[in-house]
Design a protein around this ligand. Structure first.
Ligand code: NAD
Ligand code: AHE
Ligand code: ZN
Length: 368
């Protein structure tokens, strides 16, 4: 079939809206009509050529929601008409990682996914006879896309697509990092670096679990109002203090119980670790750093009990946990609507990247 898609032909070039060819689902795969997709900073990072796994041409996008329109042979877990969220972290429930119960990082199709291919080693997308790579196993910047059934989460049908799509990455990543990765306890003092589409979801997760102090740190003063809106108790612009770590340690009475990096900046990651309380403070790296960057700190920081951890997709098991997060939204336990600051048609998707880079949006959503 033909489908409209925003194609990344080259790094650092705007996406081009074209009609691409899409092959139907093979065994164990499903064809999904994408109804809405968010634009995450990770899409921008790949388009900007900063991803060591970046492939061009490809169809980016990994924060979508849609409807199953066709299933391939052997598919048993979803059927035509189901509402689903594509999962860049699948859940096969059979691989070593899934069975370990220690991680959400299912490894069953990670190797082909990282090469922009379906599990059988081929692409379903092409343009003028040339293969186009899938992205993070999702490619939600296409009106129709194909995914393995282990990489789709079935969600309730009354959830609006233009909001539920955000659960496909940002909401789950932020709230999940609090609930699943850090397991923040009520009364904790926490610091969140970077108050964008991820950081604000960390903040609302912290409020939900009853954190005491929720300090937001951002170089953009406009983010203060946004943080306060979702439960932040204090705001720090690092440009206004001489030593941000010392400032945060003093503000939190000796250091934070938990800190979260939602910037992807390795200098900030170090600050987040060093702003933790001696003896027990834990820093969770969520931000994705550009290819070639490394993190550093004095080992003494770890010797004296601070813990450095990472979180991918909020530690959520995609097929099991994502539908529950949609329920939390529908039951009013978490908010999504106010964070979606811009809703655009596919033809205007490049504006969403501009808004993000200019710090003018929290989340932009493209509706098909
Ligand atoms: P965003 O652009 O919406 O927000 C980033 C925020 O960080 C902005 O408010 C910006 O002003 C702020 N910031 C930038 N530099 C800063 C600095 N030096 N100090 C303090 N604040 C600073 O991006 P997003 O969509 O929220 O994504 C945030 C990061 O999380 C990105 O690196 C993204 O790739 C990553 N991410 C990771 C996962 C995961 O599973 N680990 C999932 C989604 C996104
Ligand atoms: N491809 C990059 C790493 C990118 C990365 O860390 N991705 C996160 C999700 S970001 C969502 O917005 C993730 O889940 N990673 C786990 C995985 O298996 O990719 C690189 O450095 O090569
Ligand atoms: Zn993302």
């Amino acid at each position: 079939m033909k489908t409209r898609a925003a194609v990344a032909f080259e790094a650092k070039r705007p996406l081009e809206i074209v009609e691409v060819d899409l092959e139907g689902p093979r065994a164990g795969e499903v064809l999904i009509e994408i109804k809405a997709t968010g634009i995450c900073h990770t899409d921008a990072y790949t388009l900007d050529g900063l991803d060591s796994e970046g492939i061009f041409p490809s169809i980016l996008g990994h924060e979508g929601a849609g409807v199953v329109v066709e299933v391939g042979p052997g598919v048993t877990s979803v059927e035509v008409g189901d509402h689903v969220i594509p999962l860049y972290t699948p859940e096969c429930r059979q691989c070593k990682s899934c069975l370990s119960r220690k991680t959400n990082l299912c490894t069953s199709i990670r190797a082909t996914q990282g090469k922009g291919l379906m599990p059988d080693g081929t692409s379903r997308f092409s343009y003028k006879g040339q293969a186009i790579a899938h992205y993070m196993g999702c490619s939600t910047f296409s009106n129709y896309t194909v995914l393995p059934e282990i990489a789709v989460a079935k969600i309730r049908k009354d959830a609006p697509f233009d909001k539920a799509c955000y659960v496909g990455c940002g909401v789950t990543t932020g709230v999940g990092a609090v609930v699943n990765t850090a397991k923040v306890e009520p009364g904790a003092n926490c610091v969140v670096f970077g108050l964008g589409g991820i950081g604000l979801n960390v903040i609302q997760g912290l409020k939900m679990v009853g954190a005491d102090m929720i300090v937001g740190v951002d170089i953009n003063d406009d983010k203060e109002e946004w943080g306060l809106r979702f439960g932040m108790t204090h705001f720090v612009n690092p440009k206004t203090v001489s030593d941000v770590v010392a400032h945060l340690v003093e503000l939190t009475g000796g250091g934070a119980d938990y800190t979260f990096d939602c910037t992807g900046n390795t200098v900030v990651m170090r600050q987040a670790l060093e702003a933790c309380h001696r003896g027990w403070g834990e820093s969770i790296v969520i931000g994705v750093a550009e290819a070639g960057k490394e993190i550093a700190t004095r080992p003494f920081q770890l010797v004296t009990g601070r813990v450095w951890r990472g979180s991918a997709f909020g530690g959520a098991r995609g097929r099991t946990d994502t539908p529950k997060i949609v329920d939390w939204y529908m039951d009013g336990k978490i908010e999504i609507d106010p964070m979606i600051t811009h809703t655009l048609p596919l033809e205007r998707i490049n504006e969403a990247f501009d808004l993000m880079h200019e710090g003018k949006s929290i989340r932009s959503v493209v509706v098909f």
